[in-house]
Design a protein around this ligand. Structure first.
Ligand code: ADP
Length: 761
């Protein structure tokens, strides 16, 4: 009977997810070996055949190692997760199921097979915490682990990479790769060749942040000063001088606005595309980027908010002029800008690894994307204890104000019972307003938004205590699970009797995954708990993604009870998810070509860096000069100079090529007006440009070689590399894909027929 049930469930459940039956069989077998393995002195056999990893004996061994090292006996489902990871899948396991331990056991398995594992974290705090927490487990298995954080020195990084398992935030891994790619001495390289990437919060890293470019910049050039422009647009008013589209992604000058701007600047806009760009940036910064929602100002600087994590996105900037425009809006000095020496998207960074696996609480909803972009499959691991959380249907109100009142009432009512409450807000501004409103009612909520990660983990750890109200922005990567009673056994039963942790979402997110991540904070390991989302017809999700549909009217108690409301919300979410997927696809179509060129060039560069390919090429190209130099300075010095010359020109030309491609991509949409496919057009130009670049590298290298004076430093002979480089992440263009905007611009131009409209940049 039970088998038939399983069989049916497999077909009814998430289509396309990995069949767990073979893993479950291995784990059952491991259970039978448990006692025998527990009596062993040496857990790991002297020599490990690759197929041993993943066997029942292996499972029994890592379980015993965890018991000895951490005092925790891994549950069967955790071992099933380990086998899934070892098979290169993304395993979905709920919050509190112990993914840290699962990841560590799998990392150990890969390492025992002789692989080098990069455990990819979402931030420095978690990288270090997990490496230290799991250290004893690795030691018991005869393995080593290290971690990297933003402040790690090159020496510390090299040491950490030399361990069997290296924990690091995805940005640090990428920055190391970018910095390495500029080195002129092979002995200075930091990152070993990629092998296995085991990605924590896999959906967040592999999907939500996939398009984020990691950037290495250098050679500062002065940023454009935009204060005057900011002052000008500050005087414009919405509705009169400019309008904003329903999705809040584009802003357009009205004819009146155009007149005002033209008078103030004393120019005709359509004659000055450069000024149009500046006005446009200033207007976007002024009207579309909202302080305390999209960014905060702290220590005299603009810090971006990562919308999927609801926290300050350290080291992130907006692309191009937008950052400077926001700084001007806030009357801050422009921060450093520089030339982009090289950049790499997170997706490309992860795709360098021949083997990738990952874990997250919410993988199924992005299963198609994981397959499309990484060829990864999803394994849904059942919880150790069945989930007992009561998820209520959404409570839907006609207006934002009605929702706000209901929210305050609900929090007060639940709090009166002593039940701990976690309120998830959509942005920081909302969390602060809620904090104020609750305080006005005499409540003392704990607000969690842009704090540092360690403090954050401590606050979250206490969120399950009796009477605690925690108000937090998005929960992905918050790092700690919430124990009822805060881990104090007597309190645990008491809080459980109150119904456990109660989650209130103040609105549905653009992605159902984010909703699930919030809900998932309650009901860990079979704990009691509950969740509910409050939604209003004025929520941005509905106004942006289902603007044409009306919410059914409210009934008794001000609640909209019509089931069509739920359909509408689900519809808006699907539209939002679809838009995001299309943007992802579109970006990837362009980056893929650039990535291919980059990889090919870097392979050449590597051969030059590690050998004498540069010297050989120059000898073949300039035999006479080569003979002359070798006679005068000896082979070693000439080889070194040749390497320096060729590497310099490779790097320089690549930087220029990247700039060219960026301009090409910006401009390519204009050709869409001529009914050419922009992607084809892009490829048609990018491919010969790459070939030209290779020729140019050769030409410049020969010229330098002919002219070089080897008695002097080559740096002073036009081969100076940027003295200072820095790294940052570029936040997604907050206004959506160029493509979207072009379509809108074209539609707008047809309707309007005047240059009153300035399209998105
Ligand atoms: P997740 O990341 O899946 O939400 P964590 O890795 O943070 O979960 O683990 C949640 C808690 O469960 C941690 O305190 C961890 O020590 C504990 N834990 C994990 N596995 C076990 C186990 N097999 N037995 C007992 N406790 C465990």
């Amino acid at each position: 009977m039970a088998r038939v049930g399983d069989w049916i469930r497999r077909f009814l459940d998430k289509p396309g997810s990995v069949d767990l039956t073979p893993y479950q069989r291995v784990v059952a077998e491991a259970g039978r070996l448990e006692d025998e393995v527990a009596r062993r002195d040496e857990l790991v056999p002297a020599s490990v055949p690759p197929e041993w990893v993943g066997s029942a004996e292996f499972c029994a061994v890592v379980r015993e190692a965890a018991r000895r090292a951490l005092g925790q006996r891994p549950f069967d489902v955790q071992l099933v997760g380990v086998l899934g990871l070892l098979d290169g899948t993304v395993v979905q396991m709920a919050t509190g199921e112990g993914k840290t331990l699962v990841g560590a056991m799998a990392a150990a398995g890969f390492a025992l097979r002789g692989a080098r594992v990069h455990a990819v974290s979402v931030n420095d705090y978690l990288a270090r915490r997990d490496a230290e927490w799991m250290g004893p487990l690795y030691e018991t298995l005869g393995l080593t682990a290290g971690w990297i954080a933003e402040l790690s020195t090159p020496e510390e990084r090299r040491e950490a990479y030399a361990k069997d398992i290296t924990y690091a935030a995805v940005s640090e891994l990428g920055f190391d790769v970018l910095r390495d790619r500029m080195r002129v001495d092979a002995a200075e390289l930091v990152v070993p060749p990629p092998d296995v990437a085991l990605v924590d919060e896999a959906d967040s890293v592999l999907v939500d942040e996939a398009r984020v470019p990691l950037v290495l910049a250098g050679a500062a050039d002065p940023g454009v000063a935009l204060p005057e422009m900011a002052a000008l647009v500050r005087r414009l008013s919405k509705g009169y001088h400019y309008t904003i589209d329903e999705e809040g992604r584009s802003v357009f000058l009205t004819p009146k606005g155009t007149d005002t701007v033209e008078k103030a600047l004393g120019v005709l806009l359509y004659e000055h595309p450069g000024i149009v760009t500046q006005v446009n940036l200033a207007l976007h910064a002024q009207a579309l980027l909202i302080r305390d929602v999209d960014y905060i100002v702290r220590d005299g600087r603009v810090h971006l908010i990562n919308t999927s994590r609801g926290r300050v996105a350290m080291l992130q900037r907006w692309p191009d002029g937008l950052q400077a425009a926001v700084e001007a809006k806030e009357r801050l000095p422009a921060s450093e800008t520089g030339e982009i020496l090289d950049s790499l998207t997170i997706q490309s960074l992860i795709r360098r690894y021949p083997r990738v696996c990952g874990m997250t609480g919410t993988a199924v909803a992005v299963a198609d994307q994981l397959r499309e972009f990484y060829d990864l499959r999803v394994a849904v691991i059942p919880p150790n204890r069945p989930c007992a959380r009561a998820d209520e249907p959404d409570r839907v109100y006609p207006t934002a104000e009605a929702k706000r009142q209901a929210l305050l009432e609900e929090i007060s009512a639940q709090h009166a019972t002593g039940r701990p409450i976690l309120v998830g807000t959509l942005d920081i501004a909302e969390s602060e307003q809620l904090d104020e409103a609750l305080r006005a009612r005499g409540l003392r909520p704990v607000v969690l938004n842009a704090k540092n990660d360690a403090e954050e983990a401590a606050i979250i750890a206490r969120a399950g205590e009796r009477g605690v109200i925690t108000v937090s922005t998005q929960m992905a990567g918050r790092g700690t699970d919430i124990r009822l009673g805060g881990g104090v056994p007597e309190q645990e039963a008491e809080v459980a009797a109150l119904g456990g942790l109660y989650i209130i979402g103040t609105g549905r997110h653009e992605s159902s995954r984010l909703d699930d991540q919030l809900r998932g904070r309650a009901g860990r390991q079979g704990d009691p708990g509950g969740s509910v989302f409050l939604v209003s017809g004025e929520d941005p999700l509905l106004t942006a993604y289902a603007p044409e549909e009306a919410l059914p009217p409210a009934g008794a108690g001000g609640l909209v009870r019509d089931p069509r409301a739920a359909e509408l919300i689900a519809h808006a979410q699907r539209v939002a998810e679809g838009v995001n997927l299309e943007i992802h696809r579109n970006t990837w179509r362009y980056t893929r070509l650039i990535e291919r060129q980059r990889t090919e060039l870097l392979e050449r560069r590597d051969r030059i860096l590690r050998g004498d390919a540069g010297a050989e090429a120059l000898r073949a190209a300039c035999p006479e000069r080569d003979r002359e130099l070798r006679a005068a300075f000896g082979d070693e010095k000439v080889d070194r100079a040749a390497r320096q010359i060729v590497l310099f020109h490779i790097d320089r030309c690549w930087t220029e090529h990247l700039g060219f491609l960026a301009d090409l991509r910006e401009g390519i949409h204009l050709r869409a007006l001529g009914r050419l496919n922009p992607l084809d057009e892009f490829n048609r130009e990018a491919v010969p440009a790459y070939r030209d670049m290779l020729d140019e590298i050769e030409r410049r290298s020969k010229e330098s070689f002919e002219k070089a004076d080897l008695t002097r430093d080559l740096d002073d002979q036009g081969l100076k590399r940027p003295t200072a480089t820095w790294t940052y992440l570029v936040q997604d263009n907050p206004f959506g894909s160029d493509w979207d905007r072009i379509l809108k611009r074209v539609a707008g131009a047809l309707k309007r027929g005047r240059s009153g409209r300035i399209g998105g940049r």
